[in-house]
Design a protein around this ligand. Structure first.
Ligand SMILES: Cc1cc2nc3c(=O)[nH]c(=O)nc-3n(C[C@H](O)[C@H](O)[C@H](O)COP(=O)(O)O)c2cc1C
Length: 196
């Protein structure tokens, strides 16, 4: 396993994020996204990374606008997102400020790149997390085709969580080697080594 030198951490972190957003098999495609709920308590869930770009310093997730996390981020738009590359033991912890895009041009641009399977996730008449009196078999299968009506509903429910990343914390752990550092957007991702 290679240990990444400090001087290339910014390049390495953003390269991994961009690759993960493009490659469904990349281990860093899956993030734990943490928010704060209405009672000030922590909440977290797994999310697929859908985009990352160093030039804008942003990452993007897709979700349903009716979901709890969107409500939470509207009230308190700070988030923390953590991912792990099991191939060489690298953890990335990103902190930033979220903007929710729904029916604007940004959401439209992301929507135009989504597959039918992704679109179908947003076509449910029920808000995610809504209690059901009985399990509904129609809600248990992800659809692979949508008629125009269902697609229009899905589009209404689709939201993009755009995050302006403020810090990236890098941690690589290996038996006899460990490195921790923080990279700040405000300094152009200059690397500040930290005690692991
Ligand atoms: C592997 C995996 C990937 C997931 N990806 C997403 C995703 O990209 N967007 C999303 O909204 N929910 C995703 N989910 C579901 C969330 O983890 C969560 O259960 C759901 O969004 C409701 O969260 P909330 O009630 O906090 O809003 C995923 C779940 C798993 C297990």
């Amino acid at each position: 396993m290679t240990v990444i030198p400090y001087d290339v951490l910014a390049h390495e972190a953003w390269a991994r994020l961009a690759q993960a957003a493009d490659d469904p098999t990349h281990p860093m495609r899956l993030f734990l996204l943490a928010t704060v709920d209405a009672d000030g308590l922590p909440d977290a869930r797994l999310m697929v990374l859908r985009g990352a770009g160093r030039r804008l310093g942003k990452i993007w997730f897709y979700t349903d606008r009716r979901s709890e996390k969107v409500e939470q981020l509207r009230k308190r738009p700070e988030l923390c997102a953590v991912t792990y590359d099991c191939r060489d033991g690298v953890q990335l912890r990103l902190r930033g400020a979220a903007t929710i895009h729904e029916l604007d041009s940004e959401a439209a641009q992301h929507w135009s790149h989504t597959s039918t399977v992704v679109r179908a996730l947003y076509a449910s008449p029920y808000a995610p997390g809504r209690p059901l009196r009985l399990p509904d078999p129609r809600l248990m299968t992800i659809k692979h085709a949508l008629d125009a009506g269902a697609e229009a509903v899905a589009r209404q429910n689709f939201a993009v969580i755009e995050t302006l990343v403020q810090t990236i914390e890098w941690l690589q752990l290996k038996d006899d080697d460990q490195r921790r550092a923080i990279l700040y957007a405000s300094t152009g991702w200059a690397v500040q080594p930290l005690a692991p």
